[in-house]
Ligand binder design. Structure first.
Ligand code: CMX
Length: 474
């Protein structure tokens, strides 16, 4: 009872703080939580005992509280709607979309520090927020930028591992191989072999996750330059923030592209825990596989066309439409015919639909706003805009699509293409770099909270039929 009393006192306090400032409750609450600690690890260290207490209390006093029943639909339907994971960083509401530690994308755009006045959030800010639940100051974000730069040196053997693959290998294969090679330097694996006490697991996990996050842009940029730019590598620029540096190492220094990259990483960082890549990382890390092993596995899930690879598939599909009609200026009837042709050939329309969302993805909306501001007349953007109106009614008519609205992947490709990053096979690598920002913080918390090995129960087909027959006859 005391627990519920304290929760209710907490929400009253949140609401009171909110009324005083005129901001939404979640942001107001987080603003009261800011601190002056510029060292992220020390900040985290202070928070861990409180979170451990909260989880301990749930386990001890409320372990048998039901969160919903498991149905046959869930077992044979990809576990849709089954609440089965603890994920601290973010939550997806079907109608409203993502909230990062309670903050919507527009709230993050307003509250997180930027590189230029009125600009897009710096990815370092979302990392701080996801890990601590607090809105960082510019000073804290700058200090984190510096920390990431100081960890960014990639060992030569990681590049050699990539070089062992043919240049024609898919960029995601090359990227995941590079990440696997980084594992050789895992602090967690070393510490575990030396017999570290389990209460300390989070510390080498923190080191691994921060090193991983710091190093993936260089690995990812290497893959890009190796495949598409004759292997001419561009070194990191010590004066740049994380997002700008990644763009710079890829070879894109247009200030607008740097802003888009900052926004891209921020919005692709996390999407609660049940999506394939995030869930994979959490699952693979649960038997104490280190963060590199977990994140490489996550990337392999992200590389599926129904998940992150849709990024690539959307631009490929749009290009095929343009090639088919010989122009990006296509009328509604022609577009409808092409969409039906795609559906009739047994394929999905990439960039539409979602496992959880039931409205337009706010990650789509914020990219659309960026495009409206910076490239309103781009022919491919205009085509994407038409598709957002034409595709949903057609998918709805199929009668089976639960969410006909555009998702995050419907938009990113045309923006990247506009700024010169035209090689769509590479797009999922950008998604992968961003996803390290969501996966890393959760893996650190998994170890800090002593999360156990994940091991759900499965059922055979015969047993399922037996249980259904029993339920049917009663
Ligand atoms: N085009 C055509 N058919 C679609 C569709 C689309 N965009 N979205 C869903 N459907 C179909 C499904 O294939 C399924 O058909 P069957 O019953 O014949 O197998 C039916 O509608 C029901 O699916 P659903 O319950 O609405 O959707 P799911 O939760 O099963 O799948 C998703 C979600 C995203 C895989 C699906 O909407 C899809 O394939 N979309 C296109 C690919 C895409 O954009 N993926 C990116 C998602 C975001 C991300 O993870 O990056």
């Amino acid at each position: 009872m005391a627990f519920f009393r304290s929760v209710s006192a907490l929400s009253k306090l949140r609401s009171r703080v909110g009324q005083q400032t005129g901001l939404s409750n979640s942001v107001r609450w987080l603003q009261t939580q800011t601190s002056h600690n510029t060292d992220l690890k020390s900040e985290l260290q202070e928070l861990i005992p409180e979170y451990q207490e909260r989880v301990k209390k749930l386990k001890k006093d409320y372990g048998k509280v039901e969160l919903g029943n498991t149905t046959v639909d869930m077992v044979i339907g990809g576990m849709r709607g089954m609440t089965a994971l603890l994920w601290l960083g973010s939550a997806v509401d079907p109608e409203e979309g993502i909230r990062f530690r309670g903050m919507s994308i527009p709230e993050c755009q307003k509250a997180l520090p930027t590189a230029i006045p009125g600009g897009e959030p710096l990815p370092e800010g979302i990392l701080w927020l996801l890990l601590t639940g607090k809105i960082p100051s510019k000073e804290q974000v700058d200090s984190l930028s510096q920390e990431l730069r100081s960890r960014a040196t990639v060992p030569g053997f990681a590049y050699k591992a990539i070089d062992a693959l043919p240049v024609s290998a898919h960029p995601m294969t090359q990227f995941a191989t590079g990440v696997m090679a980084l594992q050789v330097e895992s602090e967690f694996q070393k510490a575990h072999q030396s017999g570290i006490h389990k209460t300390k697991y989070w510390e080498p996990t923190y080191e691994d996750c921060m090193n991983l996050i710091a190093r993936v842009p260089a690995v990812a940029a290497y893959v890009y330059r190796r495949i598409y730019k004759d292997g001419k590598i561009i070194p990191m620029d010590d004066s740049l923030d994380y997002g700008a540096n990644y763009s710079h190492m890829l070879g894109f220094d247009d200030p607008q592209m740097l802003e888009f990259m900052r926004l891209y990483i921020t919005i692709h960082s996390d999407h609660e825990g049940g999506n394939v890549s995030s869930h994979t990382a959490h699952l693979v890390a649960s038997p104490l596989s280190d963060p590199y092993l977990a994140f490489a596995a996550a990337l392999n899930g992200l590389a599926g066309p129904l998940h992150g690879l849709a990024n690539q598939e959307v631009l490929r599909w749009i290009r095929a439409v343009v090639a088919h009609f010989g122009t990006p200026h296509i009328n509604e009837e022609q577009l409808k015919d092409y969409i039906l042709k795609t559906l009739n050939s047994g394929q999905v329309v990439p960039g539409f639909g979602h496992g959880v969302l039931r409205k337009t993805d706010p990650r789509y909306t914020c990219q659309r706003e960026f495009a409206l501001k910076h490239l309103p007349d781009d022919p491919l953007f205009l085509l994407v805009s038409k598709l957002k109106d034409i595709v949903p009614p057609i998918l709805t008519q199929l009668g089976k699509v639960k969410n006909p609205w555009p998702n995050v992947d419907a938009h990113s490709g045309v923006l990247l293409n506009y700024y010169g990053l035209t090689e769509e096979n590479y797009f999922t690598v950008l998604f992968g770099v961003s996803r390290s920002f969501g996966v890393g913080p959760q893996l650190i918390w998994d170890r800090a909270l002593g999360m156990p090995l994940e091991r759900p129960k499965s059922v055979t087909l015969e047993r399922l039929e037996e249980l259904c027959a029993k339920a049917g006859s009663s």
